[in-house]
Design a protein around this ligand. Structure first.
Ligand SMILES: [Zn+2]
Length: 315
């Protein structure tokens, strides 16, 4: 029977996003369920298997016409498909693809979620016209992905392109989420941008932020668009560190284009312009030609990337 359908699954600490794709028509339907994290995520794999089986039944899709299930996870995945720990799910080392394949009986492949977002954007999103892209995802944390000739470059242990933990300040004494100090993520994530605003609020008496009892990066982006100096300074600071990180990425991979995704990227030019400005300042010989583009698939990038990954994964 001809293979016509693929599932793309994006496993997160709060919810599992799922997409049913047709190889010709693209995304047919997407939905999400709350992640069952009981017993250190023991039930997550069977939960994914049940969700995909239920959808196939609902759509009268024969199992033999399903090419496979692509799954992306919030943790490093090595070259053999072994998940090397997902703190948010409760997993230690896990053969996630093998377990899912054993339950469902269809081909399964697993990759890191930032890599999946990068692959999704590279093939279906704003990197579509380019061969080689580097993606940075700026949200609560900062992730990165390298896509070369339509393939994820994950490295031997799944750490390639981990821009969030590039050292950008070797004198820092406060700890990053990874346990070390001075990482890019500590400054340029949503958490870092909010921290900067709170620490510097006293120096900006006229800032619009003074009228908020609490505020988010979205509030800061709106204030920055109105010319608020504190908020502009905070995004400039984040853009400086991301631009610096991208200059290292350019030195290693020299991509055609950088794609910036994640919640913070929704701030638009307020963050994208500083990133490009500092990238041009710090990079070697690549600045004029390497564009910085916003991601366009939003929260769907992971399911697109996971789908694409399993399509081309060899058995
Ligand atoms: Zn770190």
């Amino acid at each position: 029977m001809a293979k016509e359908y693929v599932f793309g699954v994006d496993l997160g600490g709060t919810e599992i996003k799922l997409g049913l794709f047709n190889l010709q028509k693209g995304l047919i339907e997407k939905w999400s369920v709350k992640t069952d994290k009981r017993n250190n995520g023991e039930f997550v794999i069977s939960q994914i298997a049940q969700e995909t089986a239920k959808k196939a039944e609902e759509k009268h899709i024969d199992k033999n016409s399903v090419l496979g299930i692509g799954l992306c996870v919030p943790g490093p995945v090595d070259k053999d498909g072994l998940v090397r720990g997902c703190v948010n799910i409760g997993w230690g080392y896990k053969k996630a693809a093998e377990e899912l394949q054993n339950i469902t009986g269809v081909k399964c492949a697993v990759l890191n979620d930032a890599d999946a977002a990068g692959l999704g954007e590279a093939v279906y999103g704003s990197g579509k016209k380019y061969k080689n892209i580097v993606m940075a995802t700026i949200g609560t944390g900062v992730g990165g992905a390298v896509i070369y000739n339509g393939k994820v470059v994950a490295g031997s242990r799944g750490n390639a392109g981990e821009i969030g933990h590039f050292k950008v300040n070797i004198n820092e004494t406060e700890k990053c989420t990874c346990g070390k100090c001075g990482c890019l993520e500590y400054y340029a994530s949503a958490v870092g941008i909010l921290r900067f605003a709170k620490e510097n609020l006293k120096n900006y008496n006229n800032s619009l932020i003074n009228s908020f009892s609490d505020f988010t990066v979205k509030d800061m982006a709106e204030c920055a668009q109105k010319g608020d100096e504190l908020c502009l300074a905070a995004f400039d600071m984040a853009g400086k560190y991301i631009g610096l990180g991208l200059s290292y990425m350019a030195g290693a991979f020299d991509p055609d284009v950088f794609v910036i995704g994640g919640g913070v990227s929704k701030a638009g030019d307020v963050i994208l312009k500083p990133i490009k400005k500092y990238f041009d300042l710090y990079s070697f010989n690549t600045e004029s030609e390497t564009e910085v583009l916003p991601a366009i698939l939003g929260n769907d990038a992971g399911i697109y990337g996971a789908c694409e990954y399993v399509i081309h994964k060899e058995d």
